[in-house]
Write a protein that binds this ligand. Structure first.
Ligand SMILES: Cc1cn([C@H]2C[C@H](O)[C@@H](COP(=O)(O)OP(=O)(O)O[C@H]3O[C@H](CO)[C@@H](O)[C@H](O)[C@H]3O)O2)c(=O)[nH]c1=O
Length: 342
């Protein structure tokens, strides 16, 4: 297969590219990425050594370059997005442009190029607080209504439903995934886990929004990639076009629990925890029901959180060159993220 990966220089995208290169020796991969602050070629060390992997710097909102780059491709895996909830509260326009308009451009181009598969990477944020229609707290089901609570989540929900409409209207073989919170190597340190690890390592405070009891379901990015791979290469059994799949790990942890764990593993004092002003529209609980992907594809996670978090801490501790490169490229931006205040 010739696979077009948007946002392949970002966190989940680059991990997915590594996964494909290791697992599928005949797949050819084209990474299409505009290289915003979060996209980084240092996330793709195999670019210089692997002929099956190529890179195009481009914007998914640019119709002409997308259509041109898609020539001869069989499938799209669409990761490219503005992804940070806090940032969506201050620069909403970028989120609408990239996440909604960019997805529209890709859908149209995929339709014109008759692609065989379009994997749209959505998010569990589209559900809002995890609860039943009656308001009882429980993991979200694919059939639940969408109640996004941040501009980021709303932009993803817009693109998610737009993608579905291309299946319903044109039979473009779209499959939508809604995954929970990822952690692992190459994550930009504006997100909770890498931010807490780096702040802990560099003796800065770990900022906890509100009371720190907001909980998320934490999945290792390698487990997420394995699920996406199954969907991308799915050929037998129940068709997956026009289907939505939740992906999650059933490993719910509050912010305070994660901060405490990270400080403990790094043998840093609990005093580094610092309670700060809450996030606007802060979702109390995200969690997804993953029975559908388990029943249909037999997928389940392999990496327990306690193990994954230790490996991740080690990764950030050992990959100082990656961090130095990031700091050098967007020093001011990164310093702001690490000190909170974007
Ligand atoms: C960065 C940061 C976060 N938090 C809290 C806010 C949330 O309750 C939790 C996780 O925050 P974040 O790491 O920003 O991730 P969250 O808002 O859950 O969204 C993530 O997970 C989503 C999937 O659920 C993805 O779609 C998003 O792209 C991704 O950013 O930690 C803090 O208390 N302090 C912080 O400094």
């Amino acid at each position: 297969m010739r696979i077009f990966v948007t946002g392949g220089a970002g966190f989940i995208g680059s991990n997915f590219v590594h996964h494909l290169l290791n697992k599928h020796t005949s797949d050819e991969i084209i990474v299409f990425d505009t290289l915003t602050y979060a996209g980084n070629l240092a996330n793709l060390p195999s670019l210089s050594t692997t002929a099956r992997l190529s890179f195009i710097q481009g914007d998914i909102c640019d119709e002409r370059s997308v259509l041109q780059a898609l020539a001869g491709c069989d499938a799209i895996v669409h990761f490219a997005a503005e992804t940070h909830v806090d940032r969506s509260l201050v620069e909403t326009q970028n989120f609408i442009a990239t996440n909604v308009q960019g997805t529209y451009v890709l859908l149209e181009a995929a339709r014109k190029r008759h692609l065989q598969r379009f994997l749209y990477i959505s998010t569990d944020e589209v559900y809002g607080n995890a609860c039943s229609p009656a308001g009882v707290s429980r993991p979200s089901l694919e059939s639940d209504s969408l109640r996004p609570l941040s501009p980021y989540a709303a932009s993803k929900a817009g693109a998610d439903t737009l993608a579905f409409s291309y299946w319903a209207s044109y039979e473009l073989p779209v499959t939508i995934t809604r995954c929970s919170n990822n952690y692992g190597p190459y994550q930009y340190p504006e997100k909770q886990i890498p931010l807490f690890i780096l702040n802990a390592l560099e003796d800065r405070p770990l900022p906890i929004y509100g009371d720190g009891q907001h909980s998320r379901d934490w999945i290792h990015v390698y487990d997420h990639c394995a699920a996406l791979d199954l969907l991308l290469h799915h050929t037998e059994g129940q068709p997956i076009a026009g289907e939505i799949f939740n992906i999650g790990a059933h490993q719910e942890r509050s912010t305070l629990e994660n901060a405490t764990t990270i400080l403990k593993v790094l043998e840093k004092p609990g005093e580094q925890i610092s309670f700060v002003k809450d996030r606007l529209g802060h979702v109390r609980r995200h969690a997804v029901d993953t029975e559908k992907i388990y029943q249909q594809l037999g997928w389940q996670t392999q990496i327990p959180f306690d193990e994954g978090i230790k490996q991740t801490i080690d990764w950030y501790r050992n990959n100082t060159a990656w961090l130095a490169d990031l700091k050098q490229k967007n020093n001011e931006f990164l310093q702001k993220a690490l000190n909170l205040g974007l």
